[in-house]
Design a protein around this ligand. Structure first.
Ligand code: PLP
Length: 259
């Protein structure tokens, strides 16, 4: 039986991010992917045209259906849309022994909000405490902690703020930092520090990058890797997926899972 990974996230009708990116990543990495849908977006390469969240009851029922019969060895969360859904998902995950990768999705690359402003406090106080690894980008870090990262050294301050909310590990994604030829991320649990560097690819087709990275980390954890190893392998996977990102529609295309 392959390792079992569950994504709790939103649907991207364009197939580039969200649930679709998660399941493609899981297939590529040899794990069995399962999904709890939280919201449906009408979305393409130009942005998000509409978003509808599912009732809490539907989220609970999907989760119970998977856990009570099949089981999970790692969970990844993505778009959770509202405070009510953040709290529902946090409550469900508080009871799981499986590692949980929290991608605290806030705003899409096109600037479309995927999380209500009123949900930020629930992410801080309910969701981050159940995270084995939290994977915010610099915008999400600023929203959640008020830390504005300008220099690489600020990433340590950002990570400490995320850990202070209760996440076991913080993976601060510095991809948007103006650090020249490298994309730099910091992974830390407050004791160990791992700086991950990858060549920066000059490719604007990067839709779904965050979803892909978090799903790859969850896939590694489900295979039994330790967090630093799972993150290192996930970064390698996403770097290849970004390099192979391709044009689709008239806007920003997706990263490629078939590279
Ligand atoms: N749509 C959904 C459903 C998502 O979950 C996400 C990111 O997590 C996005 C869109 C945004 O993707 P990106 O910022 O890579 O364009």
């Amino acid at each position: 039986m392959p390792p079992l990974v569950l994504t709790v996230a939103g649907s991207d009708s364009g197939g580039g991010a969200g649930i679709q990116a998660d399941l493609k990543t899981m297939l590529a990495l040899g794990v069995h992917g399962m999904s709890v849908l939280t919201a449906v977006t009408a979305q393409n390469s130009r942005g998000v045209q509409g978003a509808w969240e599912l009732p809490e009851e539907a989220v609970r029922a999907q989760y119970r259906a998977v856990v009570d019969d099949i089981g999970v060895q790692a969970v990844k969360t993505g778009m959770l849309a509202s405070a009510a859904l953040v709290e529902t998902v946090a409550e469900l995950l508080a009871g799981t022994p499986a590692p949980v990768v929290v991608d605290p999705v806030g705003v899409s690359k096109h600037g479309d909000s995927l999380l209500a402003a009123s949900a930020l406090e629930s992410v801080r106080t309910k969701l981050l405490p159940v995270a084995t690894v939290a994977t915010p980008n610099l915008d999400e870090v600023a929203q959640l902690t008020g830390v504005h990262v300008v220099y690489e050294s600020d990433m340590r301050v950002a990570a400490e703020a995320i850990l202070a909310y209760g996440a076991r590990w913080a993976l601060i994604k510095g991809g948007h930092l103006p650090t020249g030829q490298e994309a730099v991320d910091l992974l830390t649990d407050g004791t160990e520090e791992h700086w991950l560097r990858a060549p920066r690819h000059d490719n604007r087709h990067t839709h779904g990058t965050g979803c892909t990275l978090a799903s790859a980390v969850a896939s590694g954890l489900a295979k039994g890797l330790a967090v630093p190893e799972a993150v290192r392998e996930a970064k390698e996977y996403v770097t290849g997926a970004i390099a192979a990102g391709f044009a689709l529609g008239s806007g920003i295309g997706p990263v490629d899972h078939g590279w």
